[in-house]
Design a binder for this molecule. Structure first.
Ligand code: G6P
Length: 608
């Protein structure tokens, strides 16, 4: 979603802002712009489209300015066009503002401002905010911002330039993340660390209802109620190579191929093979409470929700605790019945998804144990959870989640293993599972050897408009995830179903134009899945199977077979999802789609 960058120091600011905006492209956006302090004036350029379009607009202009802010906008209020793009100026052209989030009462505020003579060029809530600040400004910008933000309802991460304060950038947040980077004689801002790690790793994550005045020497942080704050200075651990393509044509492909390593990173120091157990530092203090929990509720959105569904099978199987999985957007609004006896785990790659955050807060408010599983260190959900666990998968840039998913599943196995060992799971069973987990990365690499074959299947897939993904048990959520990957990036309509549900509806769709992707590994429901494959073949469907090596029945029945090595049943999703990720990727590339930034999608969905 929208991205914010900012810099104040001694270097020429424009190239720094453009690079920062490029680092945030992955969040998804449809227009971009910058505002600089330039020789006593505010210099603003913006453009509908991508950063490269903004660069065309800039046409080689090189202002010497050393302070400025930039923004990528993902349209919410008003179409993606020049007027609605950020930065927005106040009516007098003296204040420039970039804004992430949504001002919910913007209509009322807009009417009040119009009555007072303010005029608007855009349809955005953000232009209302900059004019509100302008109306309240009487020579003290901090005061005006503070007063203005008291009047707004909704969420914001803002950065403001004032013509009267050329040595400063003003920032504030409620609900939309903002990171301040502390360099040597230069200070940066970003909506996430990717925008600033080229310059510094020392960061302050601004908390909700805090604002800061930034200059080249650092940041003075206070609350919006003007209370003193002693900000914690954190360190960003990853390096630049983690957010570069490193020779791969797309981030998504790089992240798919990184998975043997990222699942190791998720297990490192946590998997105790000899003990057949797992140790998760962040959950240690509340493992007893989790184990005695009445209900374990997992809440999430998108791909993270699919990981949650696998978590349900895992925790029920290994720990014997009843689990429910809820879409965060539904959970938060249906006044869920929760008590202190329940645990709620929010799973989220970004740690910023608005619905997941609201669900976590709802759980907290009702006294449940609110747990978080995040990838982005320092993210809002990571900080608001009572306890939690990081994925350690490194930055995920491709909008379509891949490596975060496999790390989520691995981390859920670790949680289920630790919970199981507190209960009835024997050390022998724990050891066998831990050993299988240890062997997973090498097994995953074997799947990559079939990439040419998967590419060939994709060459045929591009001719189709629909696809059906079927799986059972642990691999039913994988069918959902495979279908989601295909529709997200290739725009082919794809649906996932539990295989046995096929005869209750989807079978009506099957003819020779329907590709059906079966996950048909040797597990207790294998024979049933074989019957489903027969049913599809009998109706002329094109069958692609993800199966175990040497399965002659599958070879005979199916048109295409992609092999995944055998592993413990509850670990199979970590392997079976990989060919489905690659199939979606190659199909999208062959169709000429923008794989890393699919149309209309955003990486971090910070609006409801
Ligand atoms: C967006 C992304 C998906 C992601 C979902 C949940 O829709 O495009 O890839 O799965 O948000 O994101 P989260 O960061 O909470 O895992």
């Amino acid at each position: 979603m929208c991205g914010i960058v900012g810099y104040i120091g001694s270097k020429q600011v424009l190239p720094i802002l453009i690079t920062g905006l490029k680092r945030l492209e992955y969040r998804g956006y449809d227009s971009a712009g910058v505002a600089l302090h330039d020789e006593g004036q505010l210099w603003v350029r913006k453009r509908k489209g991508k950063i490269k379009d903004l660069e065309i607009e800039l046409n080689g202009e090189t202002p010497q300015a050393t302070a400025g802010i930039g923004h990528t906008r993902w349209a919410t209020h008003g179409a993606p066009n020049y007027e609605n793009a950020h930065p927005h100026m106040d009516m007098h052209g003296k204040i420039a503002l970039v804004h992430n989030g949504i001002i919910e009462n913007y209509n009322d505020l807009r009417s009040e401002l119009i009555e007072k003579g303010f005029k608007f060029k855009s349809e955005t809530d953000s232009e209302v905010l900059v004019n509100l600040i302008s109306m309240l400004y009487e020579g003290d910008m901090v005061q005006a911002i503070r007063e203005g933000l008291q009047l707004v309802q909704g969420t914001f991460g803002i950065a403001v330039l004032s013509q009267d304060d050329p040595e400063k950038i003003f920032v504030a947040r409620r609900g939309s993340p903002l990171v301040i980077g502390l360099g040597e004689g230069e200070t940066l801002i970003g909506s996430d660390g990717a925008a600033l790690i080229e310059y510094t790793r020392k960061v302050i994550y601004l908390e909700d209802d805090e604002m800061a005045v930034i200059d080249s020497q650092g940041a003075r942080v206070r609350t919006l109620q003007d209370k003193k704050v002693n900000p914690i200075i954190d360190k960003i651990e990853y390096d630049l190579s983690r957010i570069q393509k490193s020779g791969y044509p797309h981030f998504m492909l790089k992240e798919i191929f990184e998975q043997p390593q990222t699942i190791i990173d998720s297990m490192r120091g946590r998997l105790l093979i000899e003990d057949g157990n797992a140790k998760l530092g962040g959950l240690e203090s509340c493992l007893d409470r989790i184990h005695n929990t009445m209900r374990f509720i997992i809440t999430a959105c998108g791909t993270s929700w699919h990981a949650g569904l696998i978590g349900e099978y895992l925790i029920e199987r290994l720990a014997g605790i009843p689990v429910e999985v809820e879409y965060a957007s539904e959970f938060r609004y249906r006044d869920p019945i929760l008590s202190r006896a329940d645990s709620v785990l929010a799973i989220t790659q970004s740690g910023e998804t608005a619905d997941t955050l609201a669900a976590l807060r709802e759980a907290k408010q009702k006294g449940a144990l609110a747990l978080g599983m995040c990838n982005v260190v320092g993210s809002t959900i990571a900080r608001e959870s009572a306890a939690g666990v990081y994925l350690h998968a490194g930055p995920e840039i491709g909008v379509a989640s891949t490596k975060a998913f496999t790390s989520q599943v691995i981390t859920l196995v670790l949680i289920a293993l630790a919970m199981g060992r507190k209960g009835n799971l024997s050390s022998e069973d724990g050891q066998a599972l831990a050993q299988s987990m240890h062997e997973l990365p090498e097994k995953m690499k074997e799947i990559f050897d079939q990439k040419d074959q998967i590419h060939r299947i994709a060459e045929r897939m591009v001719e189709h408009h629909n696809a059906l993904y079927l799986g059972r048990g642990f691999n039913y959520p994988v069918a959902l995830e495979g279908a989601l990957k295909m529709k997200e990036i290739s725009y082919i309509h794809a649906e996932g179903y539990p295989s046995a549900e096929m005869k209750h509806g989807p079978i009506a769709l099957i003819d020779e134009k329907m590709p059906v992707i079966f996950i048909a590994i040797k597990d207790p429901v294998y024979e049933k899945v074989i019957s489903n494959i027969e049913e599809v073949k009998a109706r002329g469907g094109w069958v692609i199977a993800v199966a175990n090596p040497g399965d002659k029945t599958i070879k005979r029945l199916c048109d295409e077979v992609i092999e995944v090595p055998e592993t413990s049943q509850c670990l199979t999703p970590v392997l079976t999802v990989v060919p489905l990720q690659l199939l979606a990727y190659y199909t999208a590339v062959l169709k000429g789609c923008d794989v890393d930034q699919p149309r209309n999608l955003a990486k971090s969905v910070t609006v409801e």
